[in-house]
Design a protein around this ligand. Sequence first.
Ligand SMILES: [Zn+2]
Length: 278
Amino acid sequence: MRFFFICLTTMLCSFSVLSSEKNLSVKGDLSQGGLVVGKSPIGTKIKLNDKNILVSPKGQFFLGFTHTAKPNQVLKATFPSGKTAEYMLNIKQRDYHTQYIEGLSKRKVLPTPFDLKRIKKENIALRKAFARLSKTRLMKDIKFSWPTEGTITGSYGTSRVLNGVPKKAHLAVDIANPVGTIVHAAASGKILFVHEGMFFNGKTVIIDHGLNLASVYIHLDNITVKLGDLVNKGDDIGAIGRTGRTTGPHLHWELRLGRIKLDPKLAVESMSRIFFEP
Ligand SMILES: [Zn+2]
């Protein structure tokens, strides 16, 4: 199988197949934390490193790379004719900083047994919500835009030390602005989850964008949507707050493909070039 590979920049890449199956295309960000969108002939099966990838009835699919994704990954396509093609994806490796944050309430860093029970219950609710993500539907407009204005005070991939205690990497973007600053849907979708007060996250909204892709909005001051609402990109969904574990008002914005947490900033930059026909 012949194919060619073009890197438009070091971060934005695309490739196409030179063969009888000319319709496979993949665009996006081949970086740790990057999101990639693909289109294949209807009926094509896609695997990434031997793991099945969800493909819509129209042949659309997403690939997502963790913040520690290895540099070499293999994409395999099995076309309806039975022919197969393999592509080596070179995933850009990134350096992450360490961020030291002080002044958090002790209980928010080292929860009590009572708090841990509550956290466990909330995590189960979150897992159930993510299990409900649409497996087939792709929203009409899948371009992402910034959900609010402000100063980026937390980047994706940063190692965090809270009150001197090392914690997991921060796999989101933090955007700080005063309480009450409007938060918008970053892309169209359906409201998958609304919570009025989680231990760590505070007031939380999750939007389902289809094909296992979701955006998550955390620490909100108020929420103006309800479960099941359909939203367009730019619709108000709430306002920046300081609910949950936070030292000041900001939006903690996550982007997830199934269990993989992606870098929302990369998605805004690369997805803005991509549009799937409905
Ligand atoms: Zn954050």
